[in-house]
Design a protein around this ligand. Sequence first.
Ligand code: NAP
Length: 339
Amino acid sequence: MKAYQLKSGAGLAGLQLAERPSAALGTNDIRVRIEAAALNPRDVSFAKGQFYNPPDHPIVPLVDGCGEVAEIGSGVTRFKLGDRVITNYYPRWIDGSISPAKTSVSFGAQIDGTLAEEITASENDFVAAPGNLDAAAAATLSCAGATAWNALFVAGAAKPGSSVLLLGTGNVSLWALKLAKAAGLFTIITSSQDDKLERARAMGASATVNYRTTPEWQQEVIRLTGEAGVDLVVEVGGENTLARSLKATAFGGTVVVVGRVSGSGGASIEPGALIGGAKRLVGITVGSRATLEQLVRFVDVNRIEPVIDCSFPFGEAAAAYEYLQAGQHFGKVVIDIRA
Ligand SMILES: NC(=O)c1ccc[n+]([C@@H]2O[C@H](COP(=O)([O-])OP(=O)(O)OC[C@H]3O[C@@H](n4cnc5c(N)ncnc54)[C@H](OP(=O)(O)O)[C@@H]3O)[C@@H](O)[C@H]2O)c1
């Protein structure tokens, strides 16, 4: 089978297409013929050697993937031949609270991932894909989708009618917008570009703010919520946004810290920014398989379709990385493994 291999820190020049033997199939393993994979910022970080705990040998990169079960071990009970499955980001985190052991390994970072014609792993490492999505769309759930779900409804505990602030129109935010809209939340989303804000409004955003032309965007968020602030912020910005996000949060509200697209340096926050309004600051890292299964059910029941920017053929995977890195995308960057 054909698979890309990449050693952490080797850069995009190190991304090599190779012929590999199929892995041996264990009793509880399934062999999945991958149809589509998708990129996340962590994959660019891995290429640059900036992702945690990498192995010292090349692995198959990427975590997002969807494909068809092509072979099953004799002890497999969760899937049958022909089922369409997606990867669980942290194969060792099935349910319950987080622990170092559960999050020590993720596909495409410490073990082989999805940028290959097939992947062979325990049946426990996969979840049935939602019935309403094709493979390209289903491939986008494992990382950005599950993270948005966790931020809104697990760590963020949003209720119908809650107000939520989404920062920028990156893929976690767009997933969160889709989910929040379907759940009846009041959504405010920011962007550096008015045309992206227009697209977000067309997707159902309740209100929008251009964070470039309105640098004190937290004031506009407060105004848009009748001076109360939002119940929840999905904080993907980091260094340059965290303090403003806290200001934009209502008394008793929550800031879920997800990412650092604006910078990963220290963000200056006074204790009083949390104490006075009894605000909660909580970090998350993707989620468990149970979290992903909740998302799959919600997507299926509500016929939610993720935003896909574009799809690259398997042979042009490096170009897909470059496109994501350029940062002009609006939606997921997918790789069609069969093209
Ligand atoms: N904790 C976790 O489990 C987890 C999971 C997934 C991702 N992440 C992290 O979360 C972040 C977002 O991931 P993603 O997949 O959504 O990335 P992405 O699609 O690459 O996000 C890019 C977008 O970020 C926005 N952005 C850049 N600077 C900004 C700023 N100063 N203020 C507000 N928005 C800004 C831009 O939106 P506009 O073009 O609209 O301005 C840009 O299009 C990344 O840091 C990623 O590593 C964490």
